[in-house]
Ligand binder design. Structure first.
Ligand code: M6R
Length: 606
């Protein structure tokens, strides 16, 4: 999703703006631009596509201003062409924006009637003309922004600079995050602290509804009502993090390979490995009294939640309701007070998940969030935060965040099961030991990647791929299909293996690879029967299993062996082969693995 940066510097800022934008590339974008205050007037450079195009433009037409804003745009209103790229500007003001101005049509009609001419198809440009209009009527920049903010509906983050004001930037946050960085006689602004890491680790996060008047040596923050407020300066850990690929060709590869280490790290936060016990943080409620759990999330995080449902229902015997957040938020689900509502989100900023959280809070639920970004809005609005500790995930396709989300959900299921009396000490030790062994099993699979390169030859030729799984491994089939379509652009769907004959089997012919996620668990024989139904219709079967290939009882196009593990932990382990399959297929197809087309890392619009 769009990325925002801003700098009030002591030297020309264009290069540093690009540097900061590069650190936001992981969010996904399709055009980029910067604007600076040049000898009192505003100048901008914009380019379609990647940041290197903008750099080329800047090398031919440099900007020298010491005050500037920059933007990576993920198109919502208007095609991803230069005319729609940010910054948008008038002769008085230049604006970058993340989010959606929902009432922009009304504003545009009103401003056009007053004589303003719009040059783009974006919602953002309404903000430019609104502020310009107020300034034309005698308002100072600060007053013009204050009045304009009152007119805007929707979720947004804004950064604004002004002609004739070299020491002024105004930022506003309503629904999309913003971090202000404190330098030495310089100030910075970014969509997150990672963008600002090369410049400073002293960060002030704006709260929902805040807007800020930023100068080189001062910062004034106002809340939604216009009252002056203080927000703390915190030390950001992002500075210490080098966002690079190490020895890997892509961030996604690096993140897949980091999984043994980061899962260990996550588990060590929630387990007492010596005692064989879960050491779960206090959620502020008596776990033994929880009668109902609801889980809400989007995309990959939703599939993690779906595994969580299987775990919690089976091991804690608590009914779990789960829905994708974009549906949950509008279906007016009845929620009797006293339930535990769990929100899963890597970024902690996903607009739909956040809206569902607020709905659940209004309906008296105890809110626990499973997030990677602890300073995120979802984390801050939760009663209890369960960090997944995966470190920054840069690849748009989620990998290590998924398995770390699973690790936390597994611990939550054990904690609930123990509290409700369904898991005794011996069973808890058994399940904890199973979790402790997960990193070792994943390491073993990661040592043997060659077979995925061969398999990618088959998958890259397919136009449709089907994934099948049963029980707790059904969400892994869904996740496998999502991973493949996200980064290789091959159409893929996941189905519950038992559903196959209720429709999807009509799709099977000899051109369709069918990936079957089938550990040798209690449902193995049933899945094998479904696999044979596929084989009988000529489908090319790819079997992922710890059972030997000859258990398939049919011809296989490929066999991916998986280590023997406790059935409880299979979702964590079987996630890795489906990630590797998607990754190697995308590499062979030459797609942009880390920033696949049309996708954003942090989805802050609904
Ligand atoms: O940041 P979140 O976990 O809330 O994001 C949710 C989804 O947008 C995300 O998982 C998406 O599906 C990924 N691209 C999957 O790889």
């Amino acid at each position: 999703m769009c990325g925002i940066v801003g700098i009030l510097g002591s030297k020309p800022v264009a290069i540093d703006l690009i540097d900061a934008l590069r650190r936001l590339e992981y969010r996904g974008y399709d055009s980029a631009g910067v604007a600076t205050v040049e000898n009192g007037h505003l100048e901008r450079r914009r380019a379609e596509g990647k940041l290197r195009n903008l750099e080329t433009r800047l090398s031919k037409e440099p900007l020298e201003g010491h005050t500037g804003i920059g933007h990576t745009r993920w198109a919502t209103h208007g095609k991803p062409i230069e005319r729609n790229a940010h910054p948008h500007m008038s002769d008085k003001v230049s604006v970058v924006h993340n989010g959606i101005i929902e009432n922009y049509r009304d504003l545009k009609a009103e401003l056009t009637a007053k004589g303003h001419t719009f040059a783009s198809d974006t919602d953002t440009e309404a903000v430019v003309h609104l502020i310009t209009d107020a300034m034309q009527h005698g308002c100072t920049p600060v007053e013009a922004v204050r009045r304009s903010l009152d007119r805007l509906a929707g979720a947004f983050a804004l950064a604004i600079i002004f002609a004739g004001h070299d020491d002024l930037m105004i930022a506003a946050r309503q629904g999309s995050p913003l971090a202000i960085g404190h330098g030495d006689g310089e100030m910075y602004l970014g969509s997150d602290a990672i963008a600002l890491a090369p410049f400073t680790d002293r960060i002030t996060y704006l709260d929902e509804g805040d807007w800020a008047v930023i100068k080189r040596r001062s910062l004034e923050i106002y809340d939604r009502s216009g009252k002056r407020v203080e927000r703390p300066i915190v030390k950001s850990a992002a500075s210490a993090l080098l966002v690079d690929k190490g020895n890997h060709r892509h961030f996604m590869a690096k993140e897949i390979h980091e999984q043994p280490e980061v899962i260990s790290h996550t588990l060590s936060n929630y387990l007492d490995m010596g005692e064989g016990r879960v050491n779960f943080p206090d959620l502020g409620v008596d776990l033994s009294q929880i009668l109902r759990v609801s889980i809400s999330a989007c995309g990959t995080a939703y599939y993690a939640g779906l595994v969580g449902k299987y775990w919690i229902e089976r091991y804690a015997r608590i009914p779990v309701e789960i829905d994708v957040a974009s549906e949950f938020r509008y279906r007016e689900a009845p929620m009797s007070p006293g339930g535990l509502a769990v929100f899963v989100s890597q970024s902690g900023e996903t607009a739909d998940t956040l809206a569902t959280l607020r709905y659940a809070k209004e309906h008296g639920q105890r809110i626990a969030s499973i997030v990677n970004v602890r300073t995120s809005t979802i984390a801050r609005e939760s009663h209890a935060v369960l960090p997944i500790l995966a470190g920054p995930e840069i690849g748009v396709a989620s990998t290590k965040a998924f398995t770390c989300q699973l690790a936390v959900l597994a611990c939550l299921a054990i904690a609930l099961g123990r509290a409700r009396g369904h898991i005794d000490t011996a069973k808890e030790r058994e399940l904890v030991q199973a979790l402790v062994e997960v990193p070792r099993h994943i390491s073993a699979m990661l040592r043997d990647e060659d077979k995925y390169v061969d398999l990618a030859h088959t998958l890259s030729k397919a136009s449709d791929v089907i994934y099948l799984g049963r029980g707790i491994n059904y969400p892994i089939a869904l996740e496998g299909a999502l991973k493949l379509k996200e980064i290789s652009y091959i159409h893929a769907e996941g189905y519950a293996a038992g559903e196959l004959k209720h429709g999807p089997i009509a799709l099977i012919d000899e051109k369709v690879p069918v990936v079957v996620v089938t550990p040798a668990d209690e449902l193995f024989d049933k899945t094998i029967s479904n696999m044979q139904e596929v084989a009988a219709r000529g489908g090319q079967i790819v079997m992922i299993s710890n059972a030997d290939a000859d258990h398939a009882g049919c011809k296989l196009a490929a066999y991916i062996p998986v280590p023997d593990a406790h059935p409880f932990t299979n979702p964590l382990i079987y996630a890795v082969p489906v990630q590797l399959m998607a990754y190697h297929t995308a590499v062979q197809m030459g797609t942009d693995v880390d920033q696949p087309r049309n996708l954003a890392k942090s989805v802050t619009v609904e």
